[in-house]
Ligand binder design. Structure first.
Ligand code: CA
Length: 232
């Protein structure tokens, strides 16, 4: 039995019904909202575990809804958008969304994203208890010592590579945009320096990934950013 409560924000009734039917079939509890104001009210009253949010709502822009909710809550938000343009996804992710699904999406895709998000929630809860060492597959980061290991071998990272790895690990499961990463690593002066970021990411991957061309730990989201995935 799944005790997770999901808030479904979608004004398009057939799509909303598809989502709620899927959730019901897989034993998720859910609430629904058909516009932005309702979404904000339900999010504040019921404190859902995950929010599925359509970006094109009749009253408020989905990005505004994310900004409002983020003023008090860190609940994972998965954006669902008919707009396939990268700029909308990026705006939503920069506003604090965790992941995105592009319409049309399959039921399997939706369930997969929910599982990823649930693993992220579980990981974050466990990690609060022992937050000085991060492990993921054979990767281990000892934040206190400032060292990273792959199996028994220490990774020899430059300070920037190490900062990048820490940033991705602390947000494991979440898509981080180019802007977010460059601002965290270099500060706002380096805004949009995506080319430099690519170079550092390539050298980090060479050290981290067994096969840099089919990376296991760090996913590329073309035109959007990067995500560290949980490795079993
Ligand atoms: Ca819509």
């Amino acid at each position: 039995m799944n005790k997770i409560l999901i808030l479904v924000v979608e004004d398009d009734t057939p799509v909303r019904n598809l989502i709620t039917t899927t959730l019901r079939t897989h034993n998720y509890n859910y609430l629904t909202a058909a516009n932005g104001q309702e979404a904000i009210m339900e999010a504040s009253s019921y404190n859902p575990d995950i929010i599925l949010l359509d970006l094109g709502l009749p009253d408020l822009d989905g990005v505004e809804v994310i900004q409002k909710i983020r003023t008090w809550s860190n609940t994972p938000i998965i954006v669902i958008s008919a707009r396939s343009e990268d700029s909308d996804k990026i705006e939503a992710l920069d506003a604090g969304a965790d992941d995105y699904l592009t319409k049309p999406f399959s039921v399997e895709e939706l369930l997969a994203r929910l599982r990823v998000t649930q693993r992220r929630i579980a990981f974050m809860q466990n990690n609060v208890m022992s937050n000085s060492v991060f492990t993921n597959g054979s990767l281990r980061i000892d934040y206190a010592a400032g060292r990273a290991y792959l199996g028994d071998t220490e990774l020899h990272l430059t300070p920037i590579e190490y900062k990048l790895l820490c940033l991705l690990s602390k947000n494991v499961g979440k898509v981080l945009t180019h802007t977010y990463i460059t601002q965290k690593i270099w500060g706002s002066n380096w805004d949009n320096n995506v080319a430099s970021l690519r170079v550092f990411m390539a050298t980090l991957r060479k050290k981290l990934e067994t096969k840099p061309n089919s990376p296991q730990y760090i996913q590329t989201h073309i035109g959007v950013g990067y995500r560290m995935v949980r490795v079993e």
